[in-house]
Ligand binder design. Structure first.
Ligand code: P6P
Length: 336
């Protein structure tokens, strides 16, 4: 019988050994605490009447704010601020950075970029949603923390992860030494190792895109989608279209089963919809660590130099063979 290790025990034993990693392990525990609290809020939402819009409130991007968006954001802020292992955060739910000025946090080595509750538009219909986070090192622990300290390219991430709140709550993380997942035991309220050293299948036969935007996409993306729909036994086409409308759910399926997730630039969204710092970068780090690829259509997501904390990026992410295949269309002179 395999030893049942908690996330803390496993990371301490295998991935984050030594004193220099104590603060990072503690920061990952702070994130785990908030994840457990959010999981409980989501499970009770319909009973506690916290499903639904938050009195027509809108976030800094003009999107309807759900009650649970606010609850989740506050829970992560509270855990990160009180944990003292993070100097400040960028959150999808806040227009500006939030710097923690308490004595312990202000000398912390790390910064966190987070989407506290991604896919919350699905909450009312009980579709899996998630938290996505990215951990960066502060350029300096002597100076104060500034917005510019967060504007680091994705390849400088120290750790990244997501929590998917589905039929079970699963915490998927990388610290740059592969990808591991931990499933919440709801009775014990502890995350235990359930998927060790996950590798994304090199080939996949599922593509994940909002087909409703087809005629908004560049011709190259339209042609790729048409290619997926053609019958060809050798390449096991037509592929299956799977789109949940919740990035964490679509990426989690691709990670475990293989596939390609697409959120392309379009006429109505020239930079796509997903945010670089707390959606594209963390997912790209995880998928690359699992052996997949992640591009914006021209370059590696993790090589993009950010200019603003909420900037968007197109993203094509998943099984390496599938990303290479769509790259041929994206770069073809026929379609550009
Ligand atoms: P669309 C959810 O709102 C989200 O941010 C991601 O989780 C998801 O992948 C995407 O937007 C869905 O967007 O435009 O297809 O509804």
């Amino acid at each position: 019988m395999k030893e049942k290790l908690t996330a803390y025990q496993y990371l301490l034993k295998d991935k984050l050994t030594g004193d220099k990693n104590r603060e990072l392990i503690a920061l990952l525990k702070d994130i785990k605490l908030a994840a457990r609290q959010v999981s409980k809020e989501l499970n009770n939402a319909s009973l506690d009447n916290t499903i639904g819009d938050f009195m027509g409130n809108k976030n800094s991007h003009g999107e309807d704010v759900k009650k649970l968006d606010v609850i989740a954001n506050n829970l992560f802020i509270k855990s990160l601020e009180n944990g003292g292992n993070c100097a400040g955060i960028v959150s999808e739910e806040r227009e500006k950075v939030l710097i923690f000025n308490n004595e312990v946090s202000k000398n912390s080595k790390y910064l966190v970029c987070i989407d506290p509750l991604d896919g919350s538009s699905n909450l009312d219909v009980n579709v899996p949603v998630g938290t996505i986070f990215s951990i960066l090192k502060r350029p300096s622990i002597i100076d104060k923390t500034y917005t510019k300290d967060f504007l680091q390219i994705g390849s400088r991430q120290v750790a990244a992860g997501y929590i998917i709140y589905g039929s079970s709550t699963i915490y998927v993380i990388t610290v740059g030494k592969g990808v591991d997942a931990f499933t919440l035991d709801p009775i014990v309220q502890e995350f235990y190792l359930s998927h060790e050293n996950i590798k994304i299948p090199k080939k996949g036969h599922m593509y994940s895109v909002n087909q409703g935007n087809f005629y908004e996409f560049p011709l190259s993306v339209q042609e790729y989608i048409r290619w997926c729909e053609q019958k060809d036994e050798k390449t096991k086409r037509p592929y299956s279209l799977r789109y949940v409308g919740s990035m964490v759910a679509d990426i989690h399926r691709s990670l475990l089963k293989g596939g390609l997730f697409i959120y392309s630039a379009s006429k109505k969204a020239p930079n796509g919809k997903l945010r670089l710092m707390y959606e594209c970068n963390p997912m790209a780090f995880i998928i690359e660590q699992a052996g997949g690829l992640a591009i914006d259509g021209k370059k590696r997501i993790l090589d993009i130099s950010p200019s603003s904390i909420h900037q968007k990026s197109p993203i094509f992410i998943g099984s390496s063979d599938m990303v290479k295949q769509i790259s041929k269309f994206l770069k073809s002179k026929l379609f550009n």
